[in-house]
Ligand binder design. Structure first.
Ligand code: NAP
Length: 493
């Protein structure tokens, strides 16, 4: 008999195959008292399965395991750590079909996007396998000539890693890759909506040879109750968090008590700017990529589309035509391009932001109305004439809604784009090289996509300025977040 009503045999199989307990010290263990919480399928709102609900004591046991494993793990050679990551990279790709299906079931994104995320996630391991063997130091003569300065890089120590639900695998490997490469042990806590991908990764890491205690995973409903004591314990040396700016601010305060190294990848409010000289087809395709990846549930999602007033009508017509042709449905079904939003709260937020914009005078070019029925589906929506004081101009929409606002001058649009507390990414479409560089330099963001709607790449430094975060993940800088620099002075009289 199928243990999961509503799931196919293949779907039930991948859900059943995942260990649903806590991964601590290389063992799968139940949460204290056997507590569990439910994981739901956002396409139906139905329960998929239950996973262990860690208590603060369970969290502490995981951190103790990471602390105990730290000295020996730091002594593993860079080549050994690189080999662990390479093996894990290969296993992720070997199992892409099952892992993608699992991700679609817990998160909702279409299967093709889930497969893309597994490949992207695996790429962080490949990238950091290369970085592990390139950790370098320095040798310098003191200015007075009477000493030598050696600089060495050492692992920061045990890390706490907290990830969001929107990229359930890649946000984990983006942290675990550099942590393992640097020789840091860790406790990772995925979001309660999407714990299964990270639990599946634990088996892969064990199979790849990651030693017991070097990576631990706790799943919990009360994230704050479990993580705050760990942050304040002084046993961990670093926190790396990806999630909302609201929670990131709170965690930064908690980290202050023991002065933890802190990396924060927070929310965004990306401007997407189309100048009058842009290639319009390229800009429309870029807007679809920047808006519709992950159903708009991405920190990098184009949140405010500024289009020159001479082309906004034509741009809006072409964008609405392409957006309305995208098939909405359960992510497991063939041809589906737009899956459900993560949960009821996510759907309600999108609905209220659209209602607010329309009330303030925006016009709906396509979409704008959630379909009745189960699951948290919202149709691809284009709004034009969205005033700059609409609520969605100042909040992450986190849904498939593209709000268009006209502008007339470069100066005006740069000022409008920068008029936000966030600064993660901006997109600029223009064929004028000087303008492209001028605008890219003036935008207060950590990343800029020039004539392209996707910037994420494991080999590039991902991160934001202002209230979008601290630090960079990926690229050559990514590993530095997990390394301390030690200076050794040698007298040479
Ligand atoms: P969230 O509510 O901030 O949650 C993120 C993670 O923090 C989850 O694991 C959550 O656990 C945990 N958490 C919540 N409250 C906590 C607390 N008091 N102490 C410790 N941990 C706590 O964000 P989300 O809704 O999952 O994710 C969406 C946000 O992430 C958006 O703002 C998006 O822009 C941002 N994001 C940023 C990036 C980037 O690289 N800049 C990438 C992806 C997403 P539970 O869910 O189990 O409560």
């Amino acid at each position: 008999m199928n243990a999961h009503p509503g799931l196919s045999a293949d779907e039930s199989k991948v859900v059943d195959a995942v260990e649903k307990r806590l991964y601590v010290g290389g063992q799968w263990v139940d949460a204290s008292g056997g507590s569990t919480f439910d994981v739901l399928d956002p396409a139906t709102g139905e329960r998929l399965c239950s996973v262990a609900d860690a208590s603060p004591a369970d969290g502490r046991a995981a951190l103790d395991a990471a602390v105990a494993a730290q000295p020996a793990f730091a002594k593993r050679s860079p080549r050994e750590r690189a080999d662990l990551l390479t093996k894990a990279y290969e296993l992720l790709l070997e199992r892409v079909d099952d892992l993608a299906l699992l991700m679609t079931l817990e998160m909702g994104k279409p299967l093709a996007e889930a497969r893309g995320e597994i490949a992207y996630a695996a790429e962080f391991f490949r990238h950091f396998a290369g970085e592990a063997v390139r950790i370098d130091g320095g040798y310098q003569t003191a200015p007075a000539g009477n000493a030598r300065f050696l600089t060495a890089k050492q692992p920061v120590g045990p890390c706490l890693l907290i990830t969001p639900w929107n990229f359930p695998m890649a946000m984990g490997t983006r942290k675990l890759g550099p942590a393992i490469a640097a020789g840091c042990t860790s406790v990772i806590k995925p979001a309660h909506q999407t714990p299964l991908s990270m639990l599946a990764l634990m088996d892969i890491l064990a199979e790849a040879g990651v030693p017991a205690g070097a990576v631990n995973c706790v799943t919990a409903m009360d994230a704050g109750g479990v993580m705050e004591p760990l942050i304040r314990s002084g046993l961990a040396r670093k926190l790396s968090f990806t999630g909302s700016t609201r929670v990131g601010r709170m965690l930064l305060e908690q980290c202050a008590e023991k002065v933890l190294r802190t990396s924060l990848e927070l929310g965004g409010n990306a401007p997407f700017i189309v100048f009058e000289d842009a290639d319009l087809d390229e800009a429309v395709d870029g807007a679809i990529a920047a808006k519709m990846r992950n159903m708009g549930e991405a920190c990098t999602a184009a949140n405010r589309l500024f289009v020159h007033s001479s082309t906004i009508d034509e741009f809006g017509r072409r964008l609405a035509e392409k957006m309305s042709a995208l098939t909405v449905g359960r992510g497991t079904e063939p041809g589906v391009k737009v899956g459900p939003l993560i949960d009821e709260a996510g759907l309600e937020k999108v609905q209220s932001l659209v209602a607010d914009a329309v009330e303030r005078g925006a016009t709906v070019l396509t979409g704008g109305e959630a379909a009745a029925g189960n699951g948290y589906f919202y149709p691809p929506t284009v709004l034009t004439g969205v005033p700059r004081d609409a609520a969605m101009a100042d909040q992450e929409i986190f849904g498939p809604v593209a709000p268009l606002t006209p502008f007339d001058s470069e100066e005006e649009v740069v000022a409008a784009a920068n008029d936000t507390e966030w600064g993660l990414v901006a997109y600029v479409f223009t064929n004028d090289l000087r303008r492209a560089l001028r605008v890219a330099e003036s935008l207060e963001t950590g990343m800029v996509g020039l004539n392209q709607g996707i910037v994420s790449n494991p080999a590039a430094p991902f991160g934001g300025v202002k209230q979008s975060g601290l630090g960079r993940e990926g690229g050559a800088l990514g590993i530095d977040e997990y390394l301390e620099t030690k200076y050794i002075g040698i007298a040479m009289p």
